[in-house]
Every structure is written in C-alpha cells, then in structure tokens.
Design a binder for this molecule. Sequence first.
Ligand code: OXD
Ligand code: MN
Length: 647
Amino acid sequence: MTGISRLLRRFSTEVGRFAKQASHPNVGLFNHVKGISVVSGDFKNLSPKVRAYVEENIDLCQPEKIHICDGTENENNHLLNLMQQQGTIVPLPKYQNCWLARTNPADTARVESKTFICTEKRAETIPTTKEGIKGTLGNWMSPRDMDAAVKERFTGCMKGRTMYVVPFSMGPVSSPLSKIGIQLTDSAYVVVSMRVMTRMGQAVLDKLADGSDFVRCLHSVGTPANGFIEMKSWPCDPERTIILHKPQNNEIVSYGSGYGGNSLLGKKCFALRIGSTIAKREGWLAEHMLILGITNPEGKKRYIAAAFPSACGKTNLAMMTPTLPGYKIECVGDDIAWMRFDKDGQLRAINPENGFFGVAPGTSNSSNPIAMKTIFQNTIFTNVASTSDGGVFWEGMEDEIDPNVRITDWRGKPWTKGESKTPAAHPNSRFCTPAKQCPIIDPNWEAPEGVPISAILFGGRRPAGVPLVYQARDWKHGVLIGAAMRSEATAAAEHKGKVIMHDPFAMRPFFGYNFGHYLEHWLSMEQRSANLPKIFHVNWFRKGSDGKFLWPGFGENSRVLDWILRRLDNEDCAKETPIGYLPKPSAINMQGLKDKVNEEELFSLPKDFWMEEVYAIEKYFNEQVGSDLPETIEQELKQLKKRVNDM
Ligand code: OXD
Ligand code: MN
C-alpha cells in the first residue's frame, strides 16, 4: 500500500468513526476519560464526585466506551434501535412503542439467596438466630468478603462493552423527600427500563452540580468466568450472580443478572434496602407499600398505604375500579412508599418510582382494566408470550386476544392453549410502563410534599383462618400485626410451591438492617406524632370448606375500604375480638354483590387456628429474631396469646 493510499484509508476510517459517533444522541467529540472515549455526554461537566465514581469503576470494569445518559427521547430511541439490532428486544407492532425482551431462562427472578447486606458487624444486618437455625431475614457479608467478591467478578467485566452512566432520582427531582443515585451499568435494557422506572437524565446531573452526594449503584450483567456467554442477546452470569449493599457508604453492587430487582437498582436495592437504612438514620419509613387515594361518595378523600408480599395483588388494589357506587380510587404508586411525618405530625408519602414494573400474568380487563389501559404504549414487556399479530399474551388474557392468532411462548417456542404443558408467559414476566400513562394516576402523585396517609394496611394470601379485614387495637398492636405477616410463596423470587411463608411487613427480602431494630424504629413512630395512621389487616384470599375463595376480591374490595374509611371516621361499625376489631355483623356493605358471600365463614375466628398461628409467630420470633425482638412486641404477642387462649 502506498503512503498516499494508507493516508487516504486512515482518513476514511476517521470519517467513519466520526459518522458513528455522530449517530449517538449527544456527541462528545475528543471527549475521553482515562483513554476511553465518551460517546455521549460530556465527562468534564459531571460533578467531581460523579467523575471520581466513574473513574474508579472504569479502572475496575475496563469498558470500551462511556455513555453519560441524558434521558432524552433521542437517546432512548438510539438504545432501543441498538438492542433491536442485537436481538435483545423485538418490536410489538400491534401497539405504540412497545417492545418485548426475552431473558436467558436462567435469569428470570430476584435471587434472594445471593443478596447480601454488608456491615462491619453481622448483628447490624440480621438478628442473631438460635444455633442450628438458618436465618431467613437477610444475608450478611463482611466488608472484606464484599471487596473480594467485587474484585473477583468486576475486574474487566465490561471489556468490549459500553458503560452507561445513569443519573436518576427516586421521587420527583424537586421533592425534599427524594434521593439521587448514579447507576453504572453495561446493559442498555437496564438504561431504558431505568428511564421508565425513575426520573433519569440531565435534570438529575444538574441537581448534583452543587456537590451533593448520591447512592452509588454499580451493575454489570457479567461475563462468566470461562468467558462463554450462552445467549448473546441476554448476557448474564447466573452462577456468580451477587447483589451487595453497603449501607455505610450508600453503595449497591450488583453482578450477573440483567433482570428486575437484581438490575434496576433504584427499586428494591435502593428504594427499600439502602432506603430503609437511610430512613432509620433520618427518622422516616421506606416501605414495600402501594399508595392509593380514595374518595367516598360524600367527596371526602383519604390516602391509604398497603403492604402485601410480592405478587399478592398490590398493583390491582392500587388501580382498583370500585364496584361500590360513588367511590373513586386514584393511584399514587403500586410498590414502594417513602413516608415521613411533617411538622404537624401528619405522615406524608411519596412514591419514589416513576413507573410500574408489574407482574403480567393474571392482569386482564376483568382483574385490572386500568392496568390494561396503561400498558399498551411505551412499554417494555419481558418474558411474556407474543402473538402472530404483533401483540402480547399471558395467562389471564385468554379472552382478550383473537382466537385465530398463533402464540409464541416466553422462550420463543410455539405454544397452544390446552395442549402445551408449560405456561405461555413466565410467571414472573413483567410490564415496565410509565406511571403517568395510568388513567387514574392521582393528581398529587408527584406532589413534592407527598400525600397525607390516614391508614396503613397489611395483608397476604391466607387461605385459612384469617378474616377478610380487622383493625389493630393501637399502633403497638399494629406493629405486631406487620411483624407477624405471613403469605403463600410467590413467583417473584426463587421459592417453590405454595408454602405459607413469614413475610414481616412484606419486607423480608428487602430489609436493609436487622429486623429487630426495624421493629424498634416502627415503634418509635409513636414518639413522632399524636396523629398516627390507623392500622388494618386484610385478606382477600380466604377459602371455604369447598376450597373456593370466599370473597370475590378485585373491585369488590372497595367494600372493605369503605368499612376502613368509616372506621377512620370513628363510626361504631366494629366489635372487639381477641385479634383486633372486626366488622360488626352486616357492617360491610354487601348490597349489589352478584353472589351471596358466606359472611360467617369469611369472618370466623377458629380458636385452634389462632392458637396455632400464635405459636407459629412465637416460634418464628424466638428462632429468627431472638434477643433482638423488642420487649414491647414480646408483650403484645403475650397479650394476643392470652386473648386467643381465653376465646
Ligand atoms: C416486585 C417484587 O418486583 O416485590 O415488586 O418482587
Ligand atoms: Mn414489590
């Protein structure tokens, strides 16, 4: 090759590179950091703290490029195109701007067994369990082990990949209740999902310009130790997956999984685990709770927060269409609540999220028509089935699709109703959709001061013994009810079967610190306000002796909310029982119900069941919480036991 042609070739390569860079949304020409090119965004405009965090992790992860996310539509389209080219997502032409991702089948759920909280002392993270008993209230790791785990997995893990710098706010950027994070990730799927689930982009970087701190979130889908990536469109490293949290540094490190709570670090890792530790330090509550606004027929509006374990219908309740005439429900959030007392002692809540990451199977026009009106635009579906007319399908949607369409299951295989032996959609398949598209989104859902909470509900799937609704005797008893929550296992994590699991406050997988200390924190709220919300327990899932659900659920749950609101108004519609206040006979409005409900069975309190329940709670506290159980809770349980015994 002559010198001239070599020169010409070099020139055309440079032009090519320039053109390639120019196709990025926010070109950063000659923008390099540590010799790595910044293909979008301007590194020098980042705050010194953000720069230092990125630089430190460039050294560790050794990415090929850096992309600083601005959150624009342009950037989003660029990433969607990129993922389409890589085969990570396919468009769903039946809807507007909707996409389907299929994960590696080994990467479909939260991995609780590989999730750790890292503190100097074990007892800061988990209660000290009895000898020979395996603790189920979280996993602890020492800082030294965490450092080793990170080094082993992250060194060079982003080679050949882009490191995205994702600035995000949990809660509206302008709210004093919000908190900021920076997620570094090598997954474009995570970036577009974080754009839906959080407030992401330039506004957050602008907020950090004053030098404020942020929660550090490092994420990589990983590269298996043998270098072999099984599914190029969904790289992951299931064998070495690990999710680590260091509360002392407000730091999260997640490796090996690209899905859900493992990788969208704003959600469970930040808003709940790190969030609960910040909340403890600052005197507020970070909870696994939906928030809804409810207006009664007289026009009086209240807000309710409710904690149910994963996949127990939180999204359905948050978007309920009430059957009771004159009632209106508006949705503030479906999964997480950050709550703090204002100067007048009123508990106020924000939804730190910006979207819904809802379980798809079971969502339909009969179970949740509002969700169905929300999710068919600007949505990323993951692990649902697809239809030959360019749409989606999952169990529960049988009546919503053209019977002539062909169905492809979540693994990409043909699927036939009544013939195929496996579900069409993975039980933990999801829609990731912007909250603002919800037709009943509350007008105050982004109010910087939060919405005032009048009642807190706890609940779970309890097929036997637990009545439809009851009210706690007072705050302390309410804390016991939260601590004693149990529910059938869910598909959102790696548990199998339908065992009844303890899931205190629906937070078991999400505590950021010792559950005994968490209980103390809840009890201490009594010192913060004379106007505490009232606490209730609900159970939509009780079954009769025929094995059928005793209560129709869904929109009919408005009848239960109606009773709760009347209790908030001090109406005399409850009777005292050993477990709390139950509705007086006929106090729940059953008018207009299609099928007659067996109220006697629905509200019965079988003594043998409740004795067993009390023993189970006592055993659980003894084994799992031990000496970390607050004395007040021990006393509350003793009193419950006595009342049940005297029944
Ligand atoms: C969720 C969960 O994804 O609780 O919300 O698992
Ligand atoms: Mn959840």
